[in-house]
Ligand binder design. Structure first.
Ligand SMILES: CC(C)(COP(=O)(O)OP(=O)(O)OC[C@H]1O[C@@H](n2cnc3c(N)ncnc32)[C@H](O)[C@@H]1OP(=O)(O)O)[C@@H](O)C(=O)NCCC(=O)NCCS
Length: 179
């Protein structure tokens, strides 16, 4: 798919509670091929998505109404956390992940967050370049959650990026029902 065709049909919106099942599906669909070699089973359960909807927001990418990607953002004062960036494997390498990253950064900038923080598993050789090319730099490491069983020991590489605060209410925030 060309970028222009994608741009026309792709919509990113702030998800609500009714989207929890779709979000769970798209995260597990996306993560299994990438992380199945070191994590057993699903990446996330429906309950975790429902709980996350109480602490942050999911941005959902849809192509003509079909969910194809999502990302979780959690504003925490002047910093924001971004996680669970997921794109349907059949739709990767066509700009959806980049579009979700841009939308997440714009959304958090409009809430006056000045930095975006992410965590990336050290075993993922494909990811550092993706984030570095989008302005993220390594800031340290942190432990992988103990409750997630892994086939090999691993840890998180922490990365951050400064966000430009626009003060503008973003289109995404305007479209969110509770903002
Ligand atoms: C990581 C992930 C979200 C990236 O999603 P994606 O939709 O493939 O991302 P994009 O298409 O925007 O970018 C991927 C590459 O394709 C390139 N690309 C974008 N549009 C393109 C197009 N139309 N044609 C060809 N290549 C294109 C991008 O330039 C990018 O390369 P770059 O990093 O050198 O710039 C996706 O691989 C994924 O879901 N992985 C599994 C879950 C995961 O690992 N999440 C991150 C956990 S920290």
């Amino acid at each position: 798919m060309t970028e222009s065709k994608l741009t026309k049909s792709l919509q990113v919106r702030v998800a609500d509670a009714a989207d929890a099942q779709k979000i769970t599906f798209i995260i597990n669909l996306s993560f299994y091929p990438a992380e199945g070699f070191f994590v057993e089973g699903d990446r996330i359960k429906l309950k975790e998505v429902v709980d996350s909807l109480n602490t942050g927001k999911f941005l959902l990418a849809e192509d003509e109404g079909t969910p194809i990607g999502c990302v979780y953002v959690e504003p925490r004062g002047e910093r924001a956390y971004l996680g669970l960036l997921s794109v349907d494997p059949s739709r990767q390498q066509s700009g959806v992940g980049s579009r979700l990253m841009d939308a997440a950064e714009e959304y958090c900038s409009s809430l006056a967050c000045r930095f975006m923080d992410i965590k990336m598993v050290n075993l993922r050789e494909d990811l550092p370049g993706f984030y570095q090319r989008r302005g993220y730099v390594v800031t340290g490491t942190s432990p992988f959650p103990e409750h997630i069983e892994t086939k090999v020991p691993c840890y998180f590489i922490d990365m951050s990026k400064p966000l430009g605060f626009t003060g503008e209410k973003s289109e995404l925030r305007k479209s969110a029902s509770d903002q």
